[in-house]
Design a protein around this ligand. Structure first.
Ligand code: XLS
Ligand code: NI
Ligand code: NI
Length: 440
């Protein structure tokens, strides 16, 4: 087993004044921040698809980066990817990885052969992850790239395609369980539609729920103890993806009685596409008890697609980590870099620069979030802003004691309530955030 990234050693922490581009400036794995080590708080994961497979191919051109790993043969390449992945994880100090079944091993024409080849790679992965001390954060199934999924997988109008998807997912779940995965993700690849002129939306939604229910039952029956996640995304590849955003997915889960089985895997770029902030999606998931895991990347608000950039926006990372800490930290989830280096960043060292940038961004975000919480001014402000709900009429409304008639009587007696209001103090609070952020 050769070295794929010779000339690059283990990336160390050198602190914020270092100018070494191959060193961490903010990520100090064993430093304790907010009661846990940074490593435990952040639970970084490498994405198999972008890192080992993504070669920069786009709508207008072929790949720019060499991701053949020195092997022309698919089966040999699949194993070389495992070695390259572990070398990367070791050098970057990343403990977890995430995959789609077809990133590990491609489609070989028949499901039987494809499954047999996947087994080979999973065997190898199982052995190597034990040796290297690496873990699977989550697995998923690619039911969107092959032409058979052109109209969707669980939401295909064709029952044969549904059956094929179920078979493929069954196998991906088995691989996830064998590799000790902490989670299993449903990202609705082509589960959506282009036009209602050819779509039976009601049946498609029912079928999507059927597929999820079957998956949960099967996975639990073979001993899967981890979390199931849905990863919301509003559009791309279909014009209208059914799993639009956290709110839509919550409605779907509750409507089909699946809310106990699923949490959310929230991706920053998908939040942008849904016209939400990343923090909005995280907060809603946290408040509704379905916060699970994160696909760490960032989009571009000027572009309407999933650019999957490595995250470098410190405000977003800080507010994200604020939500993660407030949610009690990750349990089975983590920060998966569903991110790719730009097409022009095609050299092997760019993979390192990208991960270092992303990891340092979240490390700094964590430091800021912990400071914001320790400082307490934001939390205290919010607590005071809602204090009218813990006593008097507010408490009566919350406990269900107050009727409409009583509220009417109260309002009539009270008269104009404008004088009960306080300023929202947005600018003052934003200045506190900046002050904490730039004092670090
Ligand atoms: C695509 C999604 C995908 C999922 C896994 O936009 O982000 O990469 O994370 O299927
Ligand atoms: Ni994703
Ligand atoms: Ni995405």
């Amino acid at each position: 087993m050769g070295e794929y990234f010779s000339g690059i050693g283990k990336i160390g922490y050198e602190g914020k004044s270092s100018t070494n581009s191959l060193a961490f400036k903010y990520y100090n794995p064993d430093e304790v921040i907010g009661g846990k080590t940074m490593k435990e708080q952040l639970r970084f994961a490498l994405s198999w698809w972008h890192t080992l497979g993504g070669d920069g191919t786009d709508m207008f051109g072929i790949g720019t980066a060499d991701k053949a790993w020195g092997k022309a043969d698919s089966a040999e390449r699949a194993k070389a990817k495992v070695d390259a992945a572990f070398e990367l994880m070791n050098k970057l100090g990343i403990d977890y990885y995430c995959f789609h079944d077809r990133d590990l091993s491609p489609d070989y024409g028949t499901l039987k052969e494809t499954n047999a080849q996947l087994d080979e790679v999973v065997n190898y992965l199982e052995k190597r992850q034990k040796e290297e001390g690496k873990k699977l954060l989550w697995g998923t199934s690619n039911c969107f790239s092959h032409p058979r999924f052109m109209h969707g997988a669980g939401t295909s109008p064709c029952a044969d395609v549904f059956a094929y998807a179920a078979a493929q997912i069954k196998k991906a779940v088995e691989a996830t369980v064998r590799l000790g995965g902490n989670g299993y993700v449903f990202w609705g690849g082509r589960e959506g539609y282009e036009t209602l002129l050819n779509t039976n939306m009601g049946l498609e939604l029912d079928n999507m729920a059927r597929l999820m229910k079957m998956t949960v039952e099967y996975a639990r029956s073979i001993g899967f103890k981890g979390d199931f996640y849905i990863e919301p995304k509003p559009k791309e590849p279909t014009k209208h993806q059914y799993d639009f955003d956290v709110a839509t997915v919550l409605g779907f889960l509750r409507g089909y009685g699946l809310e106990k089985d699923f949490k959310m895997n929230i991706e920053a770029n998908h939040a942008t596409l849904a016209m939400h902030t990343f923090q909005h999606e995280l907060r809603l998931a946290r408040d509704c008890g379905v916060f699970g895991s994160i696909d760490a990347n960032q989009g571009d608000t000027l572009l309407g697609w999933d650019t999957d950039q490595f995250p470098t926006n410190i405000y977003d990372a800080a507010f994200c980590m604020y939500e993660v800490i407030k949610a009690g930290g990750f349990t089975n989830g983590g920060l998966n870099f569903d991110s790719k280096a730009r097409r022009g960043s095609f050299k092997p060292c760019d993979i390192f620069h990208s991960y270092i940038a992303g990891m340092d961004t979240f490390a700094l975000g964590l430091r800021i979030a912990a400071q914001l919480i320790a400082d307490g001014r934001i939390d205290k402000f919010i607590e005071e802003r809602y204090s009218s709900w813990s006593t008097g009429i507010g408490a009566d409304i919350v406990s269900g004691k107050a009727s409409m008639a009583e509220l009417e009587k109260y309002a009539l007696e009270k008269g104009e309530v404008l004088c009960s209001l306080e300023s929202g103090r947005q600018e003052k609070l934003e200045a506190i955030v900046n002050n904490i952020m730039f004092n670090l």
